[in-house]
Design a protein. Structure first.
Length: 427
C-alpha cells in the first residue's frame, strides 16, 4: 500500500558532528532498560521495528499521533546513531469495529477504510512522522496470513470450533491454543496476571465464555464467513483473519523474526502484543522481537481517548482550525513517550508560543559566528536517555537564550525533533 511522503532528515554526521548514541529505552518484557540495537561498536548497526497500525476509522486522533510520534523519535535517534533502519506497519482494514462503523454509516467498508487511510496519510505527513518502509493493509496479505494459520493447525498449535451462523453449515472457526507447549507462560511478555488477562480478553472481544474453547484466553485466528461479511478463499476455508495473527504474519514476512522492536500503544500489551509473541513461537521463530515498547495513552475529558467513547481530538480538525502542524508536534513531544496524560486545549497554545520563540531565534542574525555553540550534544544526551523529549524541548528553550542559531543546531532540531524551523510559517 502506498505510504506517505518522507520528510528529509538532515545528517548531522555530514555536518561534522559525528554520530549519536544508541538509545537506552524501557523494554516492557524486562521492565527495565535495554540499549537497542544491541551489539558492539564494531558491528554494522542495523535495527528493525514493527508498529501496530490503525484500524481505519475515526483517524487520526491525538492518541494515534502520540504513539506514532514516539516511534518516529526512536527512528530519528537510530538514524543519527548511524544505524540502518527498516520499519513496517500494518493497517487493519478489515475488522469487526470497522465493519460495524461502515454498517452504521451506510457506506461500503472498503470505501470507509480507503477514505480514512488517506486522511491518516495526510495527518502523518503534516506532522512530519517518517513513513514506514512497508505499510501493509491486511487485505493485501490474506493468503500469507491464512497460510500461517494452516501451519499452526498442522503443528497442533491451533484447533477448530463449529462456526455458529456461518454461511457454510460445516464452516469452522480456527482458534489458537494458548496453553500448548509455550517456552514462556502466557502473560510473561506483557507482565499481566491471570485475572487481568481474563478481563482484557473480554474487553477486547476475545469471547472467553465461548463453548468449546480449551482456554478462555484462546484468540481467534480465522473467522469462517458469516452472511454480509467480507470473506476470502483460503487453505483454512472461506473467511477472514483474526486480529493478532494479522500483525504476526505481516511482521514476520516484512522483517523476519526476531526483529528489534515490536511497538504499539500500552493498550495493546495484552492480548494483542502478547499473542503476537506466542504466535511467532508457534510458527518456529525463536522470539518475535528483541524488545517490546509501549507508548502511553492520551486522555480527554477525564477518559482515555477512545473511538468507542467518542472523546476524540482529531489531528485533521486541529489543523483545519488553524493549528500549525509543528505546534501540534511540539505539544505531543512535551510528554514522555511512556507517560499517560490528558489533553487540554491550552497545551496547543503553549506549544504555539514555544514555536514562536524558537522561530524568532532561528531568524536572528548571528553577529559573531565564531561564538557559535551547538545544541547537538544536548539533544543527543537527552534523547538517548529513554527518548526523553520533554527534556529535549527544555534543552532547546535554554539554548536559545544563550547562543545564536547556527546551521548545526537548526539541523539537529530538524533531524532529532522533526521541527524544521526553516519552513515553519510565522503566525
Amino acid at each position: 500500500m502506498r505510504s506517505w511522503q518522507r520528510a528529509e532528515v538532515p545528517s548531522l554526521d555530514a555536518l561534522g558532528h559525528g554520530t549519536g548514541e544508541r538509545p537506552s529505552v524501557h523494554d516492557v518484557r524486562r521492565d527495565g532498560r535495554a540499549v537497542i540495537p544491541a551489539g558492539g561498536p564494531d558491528d554494522r548497526p542495523t535495527a528493525s521495528m514493527y508498529t501496530c497500525g490503525i484500524t481505519p476509522y475515526d483517524a487520526t486522533h491525538l492518541g494515534h499521533a502520540f504513539t506514532y510520534l514516539a516511534f518516529d523519535t526512536l527512528t530519528r535517534v537510530w538514524l543519527d546513531a548511524g544505524i540502518e533502519v527498516r520499519t513496517a506497519m500494518n493497517s487493519t482494514d478489515v475488522d469487526d469495529p470497522l465493519l460495524e462503523r461502515a454498517a452504521r454509516d451506510g457506506v461500503d467498508w472498503r470505501e470507509l477504510a480507503d477514505r480514512q487511510q488517506q486522511l491518516f496519510r495526510g495527518d502523518m505527513e503534516a506532522l512530519r512522522i517518517l513513513p514506514p518502509d512497508s505499510w501493509v493493509a491486511v487485505t493485501e496479505r490474506i493468503q500469507p496470513i491464512a497460510e500461517a494459520v494452516q501451519r499452526m493447525l498442522d503443528t497442533g498449535d491451533a484447533y477448530t470450533l463449529p462456526a455458529e451462523g456461518a454461511v457454510d453449515a460445516d464452516g469452522v472457526d480456527v482458534l489458537f491454543d494458548s496453553a500448548k507447549r509455550r517456552q514462556f507462560p502466557m502473560g510473561t511478555g506483557s507482565r499481566t496476571g491471570a485475572d487481568e488477562m481474563l478481563e482484557l480478553t473480554r474487553e477486547f472481544g476475545g469471547d472467553p465464555d465461548r463453548p468449546g474453547k480449551r482456554s478462555p484466553l484462546d484468540p481467534l485466528l480465522w473467522r469462517a464467513e458469516r452472511p454480509g461479511e467480507p470473506a476470502w478463499d483460503s487453505p483454512v476455508g472461506r473467511g477472514r483473519p483474526g486480529w493478532h495473527v494479522e500483525c504476526t504474519a505481516i511482521a514476520m514476512e516484512e522483517l523476519g523474526a526476531p526483529f528489534t522492536v515490536a511497538a504499539g500503544g500500552r493498550d495493546l500489551r495484552f492480548p494483542h502484543q502478547e499473542m503476537q509473541g506466542h504466535h511467532a513461537l508457534a510458527l518456529g521463530a525463536p522470539m518475535f522481537s528483541d524488545v517490546r515498547l509501549n507508548a502511553g495513552l492520551v486522555a480527554f475529558e477525564g477518559e482515555k481517548m477512545s473511538k468507542s467513547l467518542g472523546n476524540l481530538v482529531l489531528v485533521s480538525r486541529l489543523l483545519q482550525e488553524g493549528a500549525r502542524p509543528a505546534a501540534v508536534r511540539l505539544a505531543l513531544l512535551d510528554h514522555h513517550w511512556r507517560e499517560d496524560w490528558e489533553w487540554f486545549p491550552e497545551m496547543l497554545e503553549a506549544a504555539e508560543q514555544r514555536l514562536d520563540r524558537w522561530l524568532a531565534w532561528s531568524t536572528m542574525p548571528d553577529d559573531d559566528p565564531s561564538l557559535a555553540e551547538s545544541i547537538v550534544p544536548w539533544l543527543r544526551v537527552t534523547l538517548a536517555d529513554d527518548l526523553h523529549t520533554p527534556a529535549a524541548l527544555q534543552a532547546v528553550d535554554a539554548f536559545i537564550l544563550r547562543a545564536p542559531a547556527d546551521e548545526g543546531s537548526l539541523a539537529a532540531i530538524d533531524a532529532l525533533l522533526g521541527i524544521d524551523l526553516r519552513t515553519v510559517e510565522p503566525r
